[in-house]
Every structure is written in C-alpha cells, then in structure tokens.
Design a binder for this molecule. Structure first.
Ligand code: ATP
Length: 234
C-alpha cells in the first residue's frame, strides 16, 4: 500500500498541496484526475522524492519514503515515469533503457528487462540504435515507460503518459498500462484521458487546488454528475 497522509508542498508562498491524503493499493491502478495546476505533478514529484513536503507523510509497504532521495525511493521499487519524458536525446534507445536499470538487482536482470520492454513495444526494438531525440512523440513516450520498466518497479507513478499522442497511440499506451497491471504492478495514474483512466482505476481521486475533493471507485466517479460535467464535458 502507498499511503499519503496530510501532505503539504509549497512553492515559496504558494501552497500547491494543502493536506492531501490518499491510498493506492499495491497491484491496483489508482487514478488521480484534476484540472491544470491542481497539483497532480507536484504530488507525484513529492512521492518520488523530487519535491520535499513541508508537512505530512508518505509510506510504501509500511516504511516512510518522505525524506529519502529519489534514487533511494527507486530502489524500494517506486518509480516515476515523468511528464515530458525526460530522456537523454543524444543517447540511443538501448542506452536510455540501460539507464533505467541502475539498481544492482535490476542491472542483474537487464537483458530480461530489455526483452520485456521490446515485447511490449516492438517499435523500440526496431529503433534500438537510434538516438532518442530523433524518435516520434509516441515512441519517446514508449521509451520513457520502457525505461521505468527496466527498473523492475513494484509501483509506478505515471504522469500524463498519453499527452500529445494521436488517439491510436494513446490506445496502445493504455493497453500496455493494463497489461502491466495484470502482471501485478501497482500504478498511480495521472491522465487527461479521464474516461479511460477512471474506467481502468479501481480507486480514483479528484484533486482541485491542492485538495482532494472527491474519491471513490473509478466507475463510480465516472458516473458522478460533477465529474461528468467538469472532466467529460457532458
Ligand atoms: P498540469 O496538469 O497543468 O500539469 P498539475 O495538476 O500537474 O497541472 P502542478 O504542476 O503540480 O499541477 O502545479 C500545481 C501548482 O503549483 C500550479 O499552480 C503551478 O503553477 C505551481 N507550480 C508547479 N511547479 C512550480 C514551481 N517549480 N515553482 C512555482 N510554482 C510551481
């Protein structure tokens, strides 16, 4: 279980998260939806150690994560797939993937990880010697997800994995997310594809101005009139 309790994060005098609490079960997809600027990326960055909270606690599998460095959090199996991909553009696809396997255990399983990524994303296999910066937007998104898979995570934090992608490619990414979850991976998923995200999520949270305003089973939120109006334009 990933448990966030009463989390506060500020940028100077701006309170971006104002006491956020949520639970994401191991092995389940948990959705986080909310308008631009609601604080979704800030929350993922706080969990992965990129942002220091000023109050509150983050626990994974019963141990505290807050206060640890991002690489220490990664070694505990909690891996972020960042928004905007953050690849090394001049390095090849293969080299970018290898960087994902930085911890000793995942380094040992590097070849196996690479096979898994290439079976999920055959396009990456075809382009394994190509510089990451020359890939299409969709391929870069696949590579960012592939790099996270190379770390053999037990929990993934995914930030807008389909942003800027053609609908057909977004469908592919959602298919992979579903298949990773079927293999037992827990995922906290932030996405503007609210309908697909809520349909996939066992549990879901709506974030507004740094506060959780609604939570419940994904399918329940999908039927909620407020959610339908705010996020689905119905
Ligand atoms: P989006 O969907 O647009 O990515 P979000 O829900 O992920 O939005 P955040 O990026 O977490 O929102 O931002 C939450 C708030 O904090 C916003 O008001 C944003 O302007 C502010 N913010 C984010 N990063 C910084 C920063 N580095 N410095 C100052 N303010 C920031």
């Amino acid at each position: 279980m990933l448990r966030v309790s009463d989390l506060e994060v500020s940028y100077g005098s701006h309170l971006a998260l104002a006491g956020v609490s949520l639970e994401a079960a191991a092995g389940e997809v948990t959705a986080l939806v909310g308008a631009n600027g609601a604080g979704k990326t800030t929350l993922l960055n706080a969990i992965s150690g990129l942002r220091r909270p000023s109050r509150g606690a983050i626990e994974w599998a019963g141990a505290r994560l807050d206060g640890l460095r991002p690489d220490e959090i990664g070694r505990r199996g909690v891996i972020q797939v960042p928004e905007g991909r953050k690849l090394f553009p001049r390095m090849t696809v293969k080299e970018n993937l290898e960087i994902g396997a930085y911890a000793p255990e995942s380094r040992r399983r590097r070849a196996e990880g690479m096979d898994k990524v290439f079976s999920l994303f055959p396009r990456l296999k075809d382009r394994r010697s190509q510089a990451a910066g020359t890939l299409s937007g969709g391929e870069q998104q696949m590579l960012a997800l592939g790099r996270a898979i190379m770390a053999w995570p037990s929990f993934l934090l995914m930030d807008e994995p389909t942003e800027g992608l053609a609908p057909r490619l977004a469908v592919d990414i959602f298919r992979v997310i579903r298949s990773l979850n079927e293999d037992g991976l827990g995922i906290l998923l932030v996405s503007q594809e609210v309908r697909q995200t809520l349909a996939l999520a066992r549990r879901a949270y709506c974030l507004e101005n740094g506060r959780i305003v609604l939570s419940g089973p994904g399918r329940e939120l999908l039927a909620d009139p407020g959610v339908r109006q705010a996020y689905l334009g119905l």
